[in-house]
Design a binder for this molecule. Structure first.
Ligand SMILES: Cc1cc2nc3c(=O)[nH]c(=O)nc-3n(C[C@H](O)[C@H](O)[C@H](O)COP(=O)(O)O)c2cc1C
Length: 217
């Protein structure tokens, strides 16, 4: 009799476990697609600020290119490029690169460049610079990063892509020159890369999500 009740409890538990597993699997399936869509919408929105003043009509996130190092862009991690189009006409490229020589480590940057070579916007995506000093490169702390809009590789000439203290044309941050130098160098290097590789950047086929996952792994 006791053996019978152990079996009964075991089978009941197994049924409950299978039922719970099915509920979890179903919920995951229903929400995974929504999460993926939300992630894409969020990324799309976060890229817009670096595209000031441009007309484009296709989702930026759909033309992504991941370039594993060595790639000639700032940073030792993979660089990401989003191609921006109006119809079939390329209008800009958005680069996600890393300035290597921040005060406290790499500074991940989003840099938008229009086809005429002008900067359309720069945003600091990630950094570990010191609060109150280097963190003013971040737009949430100061508008320092807005000064690059509309400049290009020859405006000012490359040698003047530096803070004023180093003989350049750009503002520094009081008590913090290391972080601004790192950001300015990374923007200048990205502008030079775009000038040299513009055709190749737009000729490269858009990667499938599988290809991107393999390269990033
Ligand atoms: C604890 C500490 C944290 C610092 N953090 C930064 C930083 O995040 N970014 C930066 O550029 N300088 C930082 N500095 C200052 C640099 O060491 C350096 O003195 C400064 O960038 C030079 O700026 P200046 O040429 O305007 O004097 C920090 C200094 C200390 C002592």
């Amino acid at each position: 009799m006791a053996e019978h009740s152990v079996w009964k409890s075991g089978i009941t538990l197994a049924i409950i476990a299978a039922f719970c597993t099915a509920i979890v699997a179903l919920t995951w399936q229903l929400t995974a697609e929504r999460i993926e869509t939300n992630k894409k919408e969020w990324l799309e929105r976060s890229l817009q600020p670096a595209l000031a003043g441009l007309f484009f009509d296709s989702p930026v996130t759909e033309s992504m290119l991941t370039i594993p190092p060595p790639h000639g862009l700032p940073g030792s991690e993979a660089a990401i490029i989003y191609r921006v189009y109006a119809g079939i006409e390329p209008v800009a490229a958005l680069f996600v690169v890393s300035a290597r020589d921040g005060y406290a480590g790499p500074i991940r940057l989003l840099i938008g460049i229009a086809m005429d070579g002008n900067v359309t916007g720069v945003r600091v995506l990630e950094h570990r610079e010191t609060p109150g000093l280097g963190d003013r490169i971040d737009l949430t702390k100061s508008d320092w990063v807005l000064q690059f809009d509309g400049h290009s590789l020859r405006n000012p000439e490359p040698a003047r892509w530096a803070i004023r203290g180093d003989g350049g044309d750009f503002d520094q941050l009081t008590g913090a020159s290391v972080s601004p130098r790192a950001v300015i160098n990374a923007i200048r290097e990205t502008l030079a890369y775009f000038e040299a590789n513009r055709v190749a950047v737009f000729a490269a086929p858009t990667q499938s999500e599988d290809e991107i996952a393999t390269e990033v792994d």
